[in-house]
Write a protein that binds this ligand. Structure first.
Ligand code: SF4
Length: 454
């Protein structure tokens, strides 16, 4: 389990520049102060576990129809396990997962423990940024302002083109997370100057309880709440959410049930129903349709989608299409073809390990190389004055970059909140021979920089 301690995580925060504006400082203060942690007294449950809302317990076993559609050919085919024990049925989203003891839902964050359903991501976001609200995107709600944005791991859909799959398609045990209960989020938002909190990036429906508590607290503090969702949620929990938030953006992925089933792992009708509910509840609603060339760009379907929006919701609703630029879409498809043909992801994984091993070796000899973070062929090297205090070393970092440049190796300017991180991003086609040459230069530059500053 890749759990990240507060200290390590803050260090990572400095390296990758996850937070921006004043919110980062407030966040760090709260983290250092220790924060309050959610505790479940009776069961030995992990941190950040809370009993879920919207589920029912099923005592005394299940009949086949509880999990299997009547259309399935023969009961005898699927009666493969004795259905006894303390099951639960989640009612939050249209999957309506039926979960045995210890089993997790499709969303990867809700689990049956002892006949109760628990969320495993309460107060435990894996992404925290301050973004322009237009990036969410909201085009007609608090335009020109920033939104304190957060997400936890998990999603109840499986969109094959998801750009945030590294967090949405992971359980919380596989993402580095913050300790961040609702009070901390509200405090950090207020101090950042952002007028709103955005629940976004992955799928906020799956961290429903955390979002709801934070939203209620935020509203009392004079902040607004905006939700960026695929809208795959049942009507009752959605109505409760609508009462606590100010704006919802729904990603209507297409007007085609087959597309939802085959590409997104869901179905269309519940999303349409969710849009109707939000509209009826009077919450500011914006709808975005992301056009993915070759997957959902049929003109007749796009026309049908627009007609549905106009018929179901009436004039005045905000809807927009993130149309793929034809040239860049064609270029992207060609690039993906080359990535596949030349097996570049495999090379990135292999060479990433190669770089990591060399950097780790250097770290054993140079304590100022405080941290090596490499995933595939992308990463960062963090430099510190002292490995114990972790005090950032921006001067040393700049000097290493200068020494690299003198030897013909170009590194981009230092990054991170403290300018003490060197980004590692070699080309995906790099060979072992080229990597060795690069690493030799880097090692020489590192020692020259250390000697120069002595
Ligand atoms: S929220 Fe998660 S556990 Fe609940 S029904 Fe949806 S996918 Fe299943």
């Amino acid at each position: 389990m890749k759990r990240v301690s507060r200290r390590t995580f803050l260090k990572g925060l400095a390296g990758v520049g996850l937070c921006a504006l004043g919110g980062a400082a407030a966040w760090a203060d709260w983290q250092r102060a220790g924060g309050e942690k959610p505790v479940e007294a009776e069961l030995a449950l992990p941190e950040h576990t809370r009993e879920a809302m919207y589920y029912t317990g099923i005592e005394g076993g299940l009949d086949c129809a509880s999990c299997h559609a009547p259309a399935e050919p023969s009961h005898t085919l699927y009666c493969h396990v004795p259905h006894q024990g303390r099951y639960v049925r989640c009612g939050l989203c249209p999957h309506r997962c039926v979960l045995a003891e210890g089993e997790r839902g499709t969303c990867r964050v809700r689990e049956n423990r002892g006949g109760k359903l628990y969320t495993f991501v309460y107060g435990n976001p894996c992404a925290v940024h301050v973004d322009p609200i237009e990036k969410k995107p909201f085009y007609h709600f608090l335009p020109g302002t920033a939104a304190f944005s957060l997400a936890t791991a998990g999603c109840n859909l499986r969109c094959q083109y998801c750009q945030n799959y590294t967090i949405s398609q992971q359980p919380p045990e596989e993402t580095p997370n913050y300790d961040a209960p609702p009070e901390a989020v509200v405090t950090a938002t207020a101090q950042s100057g952002a007028p709103s909190i955005a629940y976004t990036y992955s799928e906020p429906i799956v961290f429903y309880e955390y979002m709801l508590d934070t939203a209620r607290l935020a509203r009392r503090a004079g902040l607004r709440n905006v939700v960026i969702s695929a809208g795959y949620i049942n009507p009752e929990p959605l109505r409760e959410l609508c009462r606590a938030v100010d704006a919802i953006k729904i990603d209507l992925k297409g007007y085609n049930d087959d597309f939802y089933r085959q590409v997104c792992g869901g179905t269309l009708e519940p999303v349409l129903e969710a849009i109707r509910v939000i509209h009826d509840m009077g919450v500011h609603l914006e709808i975005v349709n992301l056009v993915v060339p070759t997957l959902n760009d049929d003109l007749a379907e796009l026309r049908a989608l627009v007609e549905w929006v106009m018929d179901a919701l009436g004039p005045g609703e905000m809807s927009s299409t993130n149309g793929g630029n034809p040239l860049s879409s064609a270029a992207a498809l060609a690039a993906i073809k080359i990535l596949e043909e030349e097996r570049l992801p495999e090379n990135a994984a292999k060479m990433g390990e190669f770089f990591k091993a060399r950097f780790k070796y250097m770290q054993q000899r140079v304590p100022q190389l405080g941290d090596v973070r490499i995933l595939g062929l992308m990463g960062g090297l963090e430099f510190v004055k002292d490995p114990e205090t972790r005090e950032p070393a921006p001067k040393l970092t700049r000097q290493i970059i200068y020494e690299c440049f003198q030897r013909g190796l170009i590194c981009i300017a230092p990054i991170g909140l403290y300018n003490n991180v060197i980004r590692v991003a070699p080309p995906l086609v790099i060979t072992e021979e080229q990597a060795n040459e690069t690493l030799d230069i880097f090692e020489q530059a590192l020692h020259a920089a250390l000697a120069g500053l002595e």
